[in-house]
Design a protein around this ligand. Structure first.
Ligand SMILES: Cc1cc2nc3c(=O)[nH]c(=O)nc-3n(C[C@H](O)[C@H](O)[C@H](O)COP(=O)(O)OP(=O)(O)OC[C@H]3O[C@@H](n4cnc5c(N)ncnc54)[C@H](O)[C@@H]3O)c2cc1C
Length: 253
């Protein structure tokens, strides 16, 4: 991996949500322009080796800094080291952003209702999209669906409400729908594909998944992404290709 592809950026803050989830903010170089939903490639020196991983940007494209939301994989080459991150540390940032999980990919159907379905850290790109005013002007209805195992893993909930107030000011079509899969007392606690098949997700949203109007984005755990994709296809929705179709996905591993 050629080191010239990277700039060195400084960590400005670290927030730990649980033992296995944390967020960090780092400096953003002026040349690093991205579209909401894209990911950065972040590098960390482990001994002499530069270990690099993809990270969706949480921040708005208009922010002066870059925020990321990370899992800790106990034996993971990257995150077993990244978990010890401290303010003032330096990280490598590849100079260009990547990725096609952006709203610009949708041409047909025209924007009307947007369903953002995340598991765990797959929430990150959707936080960026929701911090872009254009998202709120384009869509009449926005459903943010966030599936985690336990309530403690529901990171960013206050921020989500804050974003909806700030960016969606006066927008009445936003709904935040949490799912807690290991809490049978939670309003929604089944896996997403089940909640789609049995109609509970639509009931919670107060709306229907409609092949004529819905844009549906899936991000996170590949098993969730695959099974949810199938559940949506069974409802007549199609994969978005060359601008046309309802479903766009990003797998994290
Ligand atoms: C396009 C893209 C965007 C990504 N954005 C993010 C992000 O914003 N935040 C983030 O934490 N990760 C993100 N990832 C995953 C990230 O690149 C690394 O896989 C993760 O940081 C773990 O690295 P590792 O070397 O410690 O473990 P790896 O060797 O990379 O992964 C080991 C195993 O850990 C599990 N795992 C990996 N990532 C996650 C995760 N995010 N949540 C739960 N389990 C996981 C999987 O079982 C995987 O096989 C993204 C991946 C892709 C492809």
């Amino acid at each position: 991996m050629s080191i010239e592809k990277f700039t060195l950026e400084k960590v400005l803050s670290v927030h730990r949500w649980t033992n296995t989830l944390f967020s960090f903010i780092m400096t953003r170089p002026a040349h690093f322009k991205f579209t909401a939903g894209q990911f950065a490639r972040i590098g960390l020196k482990v001994g002499d080796e530069l270990v690099v991983r993809a990270y969706s940007v949480v921040s708005s494209p208009f922010d002066e800094t870059l925020e990321f939301f990370s899992i800790v994989v106990p034996d993971g080459a990257f995150t077993s080291n990244l978990q010890h991150l401290q303010v003032g540390d330096e990280l490598y940032l590849e100079k260009i952003p990547y990725g096609f999980l952006t709203l610009a990919r949708y041409q047909l159907p025209a924007p009307h209702d947007l369903w953002l379905l995340a598991t765990g850290t797959g929430l990150a790109p959707f936080l960026s999209m929701l911090q872009d005013f254009e998202t709120w002007t384009k869509y009449q209805h926005i459903y943010l669906v966030y599936s985690v195992r336990t309530e403690a893993e529901l990171a960013y909930v206050d921020k989500i409400h804050e974003i909806a107030e700030t960016f969606g000011e006066g927008h009445t079509g936003f709904k935040f729908i949490p799912i807690i899969t290991r809490d049978p007392q939670a309003d929604l606690h089944d896996r997403l594909p089940i909640l789609i098949a049995n109609g509970e997700l639509e009931q919670a949203a107060g709306s229907v998944l409609n092949p004529e109007t819905s844009h549906v984005m899936l991000c996170g755990n590949p098993a969730m992404v695959d099974d949810t994709k199938e559940a949506l296809k069974a409802r007549g929705l199609s994969m978005n290709r060359r601008g046309e179709g309802n479903i766009a996905v990003e797998n994290y591993w």
